[in-house]
Ligand binder design. Sequence first.
Ligand code: SAH
Length: 486
Amino acid sequence: MGKVYLIGAGPGDEELITLKAVRKLSECTAVMYDRLAGPGILKYVNEDCEIYYCGKEPGCHYKNQDEINNMLVELAKKGHVVGRIKGGDPYVFGRGGEEALALLKENIEFEVIPGITSPISALNYAGIPVTHRKVARSFHIFTGKTAEKLDINWEAAAKIGGTLIFLMGFRNLEVICSKLKENGMDENTPCAVVMRGTTSKQKKVVGKIKDIKEKAEEAGLTSPCIIVIGDVIKFNEQLDWYEKKPLFGKNVCITRSKAQSREMREKLLDLGAQVTEIHSIEIKYTSENIKEYLDKLLEYDYIIFTSVNGVNSFFERLLTENYDIRNIKGKFAAIGPATERAIKSKGIIPEIVAEKFVAESLHDKMKGFIKKGDKVFIPRSKNARPYLAEALREEGCIVDECYTYETVAGSLTDKNCFNDVDTVIFTSPTTVRNMIELVGLSAIKEKQVISIGPITGKELKKHDIDYEMSEEYTTDGVIKQLLEGK
Ligand code: SAH
């Protein structure tokens, strides 16, 4: 018999998730998630985890609550560690209690992991503190779903003071406001609606209970939204730290491998962007190929790295083979600053570093060092261009190339994650080709496209995709381009 974790995944911002949720997700062998939790959450599950989408919205594969409960039971009985991922907190209008009771009935072990709930966090991201000294001494969270049935004590709600919050109430916004007015609330009481809070699609409309309906309609808001009523709304411009971030409102898609995405992802998140990671390439190390060069390593005059993966695959293999790095006497060369950093992290300072992340630039730089007859070793990707090796051979060098890794096409679990993307960043011709396979050419053409350098640009041009190019061929260059292009 397996076990079920009912996991709160937070309101949308991928980092508003608990350490416990992340740790448990990595243990799950099957997960069920829905739209509020969003596909971004799937990055925390293991590769071989089974993934079930149980959207309830129209047009999607419909799963009613009974079906969901049954499926949880079924998966657990098969022996799975099941993660039932829910937006916000599982117990805040999340039917977590019902699911837990269904499991209990079948004697299935469960735990509930609390999540950061949207009524508090989405308001925060919209600049609205849920309580404030002397302004709001309490907050009250209602479901607005059944508001038209008048099953809320409106008289109490209109008089209780503090901050009133309605979830699932957007369709009933008018009913909610008029019920409060009818029961004595001043029609000039501040009211705001926050759509898709904590994400790049966050939109906020501020008004009064007498006019919020028209304003929200005018702004074109759609569900999911949170309705908030109360004086704390007056802080929304001053405390609006999130919407003021330079890349707020941008959903940026990173297309490189998981291992390579981290630096860019974190920089983008810090600037307020939402990040969609599609690992269109995955890296497979084939560094066992180094074995046949092992005895020769001490003879090379230069060891050239043209990528971070080249560095990592090389040194990982030396470690496996118990090879002492001090045997190597040759000089090290790196293409671009990221590769330089990777080499430095192994305790080696490369003598030669090309400023630009292209082989031509490294070749130019090498010209000042090499002479005829020099022995050069290039551990590199099977998929990389042969340019550098060929150019060095033409200069009279003896060049050995070794394929220490290769890029293989990545896969995509949920195509929908591309819908919200505004900008796609391509970092190699392979990412361009693989992304076309994964999401389709026409979907890419609808987005802003940034290429990290001219080689990638050439591939984009081939497919007739308009693009901007960063001046520097680095993560920071791309980010600069994003900031300027906004
Ligand atoms: N368990 C969730 C709430 C589920 S009810 C939680 O704790 O947050 C679903 C409702 O939550 C939606 O209709 C909407 O009113 C609200 N909601 C959830 N996430 C939201 C978000 N990011 N922005 C705005 N509203 C959100």
